[in-house]
Design a protein around this ligand. Structure first.
Ligand code: CP
Length: 310
C-alpha cells in the first residue's frame, strides 16, 4: 500500500510497489483521458530550492492532467527560506495547505529531514548529489516500455558518476533486477562512489575511462552531464567537462537496438546530430517522466480511476 508514504530513494518501495507504479504509468499512457479527474480537488505543492525544467514541469503537468491543482515556488528567494526559515518549519506549514509535496534541494539528506516533519506525502525531487528517485522511475518506465523487460540488460553509465544523483538512484534500482551488468565509464576524478558499488554486490561490473572500448557490448547507454554546480574548482570543471562527447561516428560500433538515454539537461556530451538516431530516446524519456509522476501522485494520494478525491 503506497497511500500516504514518502519517496526519498527508490529502495523505499518494494519491487512489487515500483512495478505497480510502472504498470499504472503504462495504463495512463494508453488512455490518459480515463485519469483526467482522479485528483480533482487535490493540491500539489512544489518546493524547488534548486533550478529544474523537467522535474518541476512534469510534476506540475502530471497533477494538472489528473485534474488537480498546483502551488509552489521555483526558487527559494521567493519563499521565507530567504528569511532563514528551516526545512522542518517550511514543510509543516506546507502540510497545512497541500495534500502532497515535491521538494528539490541542493543539500544531501534534506528530503529525509523534510519527510520526518511532513504530515503529507513528501517526494524527493533531488537532494544534492545523493538521490533522484522520480528520475529513476522515469528511467525504469522508459526501459520497461522500450525494452519490454527490466532484467538481463548491460547498462553503461557514462560521465559524472561521482556527483550524479540520477546515476546513484538508477544503479541502486537496476541492481534489484536479475541479470543486470554494469559498465561505469568516467574519468578517474568522477568515478562511481564505493558506497554505491556496495549496492551492486552479486552483479558483474566493469570500470573504464574509455567509452569506445565498451560501446559494442552495451544495451542501454546512460549519458550524463558533468555538473558545473557540484564542483568547488572551476578549473577542474573546465578540464573534465568534455570528457565524453557521443557522436554519430562513435555510435557506428554500437548495437542496433541500444537505447541512448540521458536524464537531461545535456550540455556537450551528446552531439545534436545524434538526436535523429532512432536509438536516441532522451526526449521520449522526458515524456515518460510525466506519466510515471502521474502514477506516483495517484498511488501516494490513494486515488484510483473509479474514485474521485474527497
Ligand atoms: N532530469 C532532471 O532532473 O532535469 P531537471 O533538472 O530539468 O529537473
Amino acid at each position: 500500500m503506497l497511500t500516504g508514504r514518502h519517496l526519498i530513494e527508490p529502495k523505499d518501495f518494494s519491487l512489487e510497489e515500483l512495478d505497480s507504479i510502472l504498470t499504472l504509468g503504462q495504463e495512463i499512457i494508453e488512455n490518459p483521458e480515463k485519469f483526467s479527474s482522479t485528483c480533482k480537488g487535490k493540491l500539489l505543492a512544489t518546493l524547488f530550492y534548486e533550478p529544474s525544467t523537467r522535474t518541476r514541469f512534469s510534476f506540475e503537468a502530471a497533477m494538472l492532467r489528473l485534474g488537480g491543482s498546483v502551488i509552489g515556488f521555483s526558487e527559494p528567494n521567493s519563499s521565507s527560506a530567504s528569511k532563514g526559515e528551516s526545512i522542518p518549519d517550511t514543510i509543516r506549514t506546507i502540510g497545512c495547505y497541500a495534500d502532497i509535496a515535491v521538494m528539490r534541494h541542493p543539500k544531501e539528506g534534506s528530503a529525509k529531514l523534510a519527510a520526518k516533519y511532513s504530515n503529507i506525502p513528501l517526494i524527493n525531487a533531488g537532494d544534492g548529489g545523493h538521490q533522484h528517485p522520480t528520475q529513476t522511475l522515469t528511467d525504469l518506465l522508459t526501459i520497461k516500455s522500450l525494452k519490454k523487460d527490466l532484467t538481463h540488460h548491460t547498462i553503461a553509465l557514462c560521465g559524472d558518476l561521482k556527483f550524479g544523483r540520477t546515476v546513484h538512484s538508477l544503479v541502486k534500482a537496476m541492481a534489484r533486477y536479475e541479470g543486470t551488468k554494469f559498465i561505469f565509464i568516467s574519468p578517474t576524478e568522477l568515478k562511481i562512489p564505493d558506497y554505491i558499488k556496495e549496492e551492486i554486490k552479486g552483479h558483474a561490473y566493469y570500470e573504464t575511462a574509455n567509452l569506445e572500448e565498451v560501446i559494442g557490448s552495451i544495451d542501454i547507454l546512460y549519458m550524463t552531464r558533468v555538473q558545473r554546480e557540484r564542483f568547488f574548482n572551476e578549473e577542474e570543471y573546465l578540464r573534465l567537462k568534455d570528457s565524453y562527447i557521443l557522436t554519430k561516428d562513435r555510435l557506428k560500433r554500437a548495437k542496433e537496438d541500444m537505447l541512448i538515454m540521458h536524464p537531461l539537461p545535456r550540455v556537450n556530451e551528446i552531439a545534436v546530430e545524434v538526436d535523429d538516431d532512432l536509438r536516441a530516446v532522451y526526449f521520449k524519456q522526458a515524456k515518460y517522466g510525466m506519466f510515471v509522476r502521474m502514477a506516483l501522485i495517484m498511488k501516494l494520494l490513494g486515488v484510483d480511476v473509479n474514485a474521485e478525491c474527497k
